[in-house]
Design a protein around this ligand. Sequence first.
Ligand code: GLY
Length: 371
Amino acid sequence: MSSPTISFLATYHAVFDFAEVQLRNLIAAHPDRFPLYTTGGRWDLSGESWTNWCEGFLGGQLWLIYQRNQDDWWRAQAERYSRLIEHRKTDRNVHDLGFLFFSTWKRWYDLTGEAAVNQVVIEAGRTLALRFKEKGLYLRSFLADNSLFIDIMMNVGVIFYAAQQTGDADLYRVAFQHCLTTRRTLVRGDGSTAHEGIFATDTGEFLHQSTQQGWRSDSAWARGLAWALYGFSATYAFTHDARFLQTAEACANFYIEHTPEHGVPPNDWDEPSPALPYESSAAAIAASGLFDLAALTGDPARAAFYRQYAYRILATLCEDEFLAARTPGWEGILKHGIYHTKKGLGVDQSVMWGDYFFLEALSKGKTWAHK
Ligand code: GLY
């Protein structure tokens, strides 16, 4: 396994230099727009979005770029693309307000400590909590009242955060119960996860596991598991409840045991002979989550193992097969991402969240490389 050395730092800077070029071109070509994925390597504004969950990941990348270069132009762009989504703090149509506001306004607040900026994040948390179903004890997905998604584990943190900032015990209860329900119904004994859970809305009874973007109901969709690994780690950081750490570690172990040596999974581990070998965004999310998990697990040997594995994923993603730097005309940063195979959306393309979590993971890797 490669270790974080001088060569990691050189690679980190080279990737961020490349990301600056790609993002500058993107916002010049499509000002104030939020493409989700590329088609043939070019950002596609006409592509169907299925749901509006990604509008924070462009601004989020701009904040990460600013964090490295401290350049006022990038800061202005980061603020601009954050302001463009401020109205979404009251959006009740999606379950994605953590994705939208943690990547943007929370970064902004962490940098400045401005109370008005923090209020936007808190309001987003309050809005997301309105999705809670008292019968069943979960936050409903964007699809329907009876549907719970594993993805919501990446968003529930904004409710924990709002609870923490305001002292609102009911917000905390909602977030905590959602995580327990997700753990009980979507995480399996081997550490794999289902994408979706279906409930009886009249009684709250859990009926069965299901999927939208995985191969089938009982299979292991890679991105969903990466969301769980990252989301349960974050939940443990908020709650200090050991059950969530145990779940995050079970998910991490499943990922590591089932993925080829290079660290990049297919779209679904169970699909026989998948047409495409890679889902790079799941790898980027897992790398970022593993850096967090390494900092949370109390076991130094496991911490070192998770961190080394995260560096291994990043080393793979920085190879020409994945990094678009040597692919002429390609407008994204990371190739071989997959959004939705069944709908044929963003398949084997750059996807906006893949680029975001890749830069986020590299930033975390740089922090550790300095320790
Ligand atoms: N909607 C979240 C995802 O595609 O992972």
